[in-house]
Write a protein of this length. Structure first.
Length: 291
């Protein structure tokens, strides 16, 4: 059949599709509720499911804590680097671009391992060296002496596995947030920069009072998507034995040799958290939508 014959004549509007309430109804949500009720029934009636659920449940707090703290760090660093990516200063622009290209080019799992077992031990060694050097130099200054003494007493236990996970996720995701903020800043018409300069505003005043408030509204959807993505990527920190829900599910499976209970509960916990976060992000988008 000639493909051109299936196209409407030039200039003719496409026929309107009749609204179908059955098609628009959220059947998928009903399916998830049914699965959740079935899982709840198993937890209430099956001792293996119940014990597994209460074994994994404390990991939810750890997972959410890593997600929120890591995301806050990623947004803060990403905003600074994103501004650097729009800078006309060649040094700032190239350093920001180097950061983005390096951290977007290395898998997140490798970044977590590198942060936990290479960067943090190096920071501890440097801190001890700096503290031992400074203790003698600042012996007569109480505040500095206390600071250097604290650094000299550093050891690897000062950085918990959870802290290493937060740093790795936050620093890694900052590269993605930087590109989100860069795109948002560059989407604002240059006439607004010129208008702000004509009113006597400096670059940073223009950025803070005129450009960023508009750019943030435009980049809320990708920022929300990255929050959900980070929540799911917290499962990667199980490689450094952080006791979040994935690690606890693995431990439970190893102790009971019953993988179905552990991983059924694990999957539904992730699904519940991601859907809840997605709903929260959509609510914030609606509240901040430009009328």
């Amino acid at each position: 059949m000639d493909a051109t014959k299936t196209q409407p004549p030039q200039g003719e509007a496409l026929p309107e599709v009749a609204w179908n309430p059955w098609r628009s109804y959220p059947w998928w949500a009903i399916g998830l509720v049914v699965v959740g009720l079935a899982l709840l029934y198993m937890i209430l009636t099956d001792v293996n499911y119940r014990e597994t659920f209460f074994f994994i449940l404390p990991g939810v707090v750890v997972t959410l804590r890593i997600t929120l703290l890591g995301y806050a760090l990623a947004v803060f660093l990403g905003l600074l680097i994103g501004i650097g990516r729009t800078s006309k200063n060649p040094l700032i622009f190239n350093l920001s671009t180097l950061y983005v290209e390096v951290f977007r080019g290395i898998p997140m799992l490798v970044q977590i391992l590198y942060m936990a077992y290479v960067v943090i031990p190096a920071v501890v060694r440097f801190g001890r060296f700096l503290g031992q050097w400074g203790e003698t130099w600042a012996a007569g200054v109480p505040v500095l002496g206390a600071l250097f003494a604290w650094l000299a007493g550093w050891n690897i236990q000062n950085f918990s596995l959870e802290v290493r996970a937060i740093l790795a996720l936050g620093i890694g995701y900052a590269a993605y947030e930087a590109e989100v903020f860069r795109a948002g800043i560059q989407s604002i018409h240059k006439g607004q920069w010129e208008a702000a300069y004509s009113l006597g505003m400096t670059y940073f005043q223009t950025l803070r009072l005129v450009i960023l408030p508009q750019a943030v509204r435009r980049v809320l959807p990708p920022l929300g998507n990255d929050l959900v993505a980070m929540l799911k990527d917290t499962s990667l920190v199980t490689v450094i034995a952080v006791r979040e829900i994935t690690q606890l599910a693995r431990l439970r499976r190893a102790a009971t040799f019953r993988p179905a209970e552990a991983f059924n509960i694990l999957a539904y916990l992730y699904l519940s958290m991601t859907l809840s976060l997605s709903s929260l992000v959509r609510y914030i988008e609606r509240r901040m939508r430009i009328p």
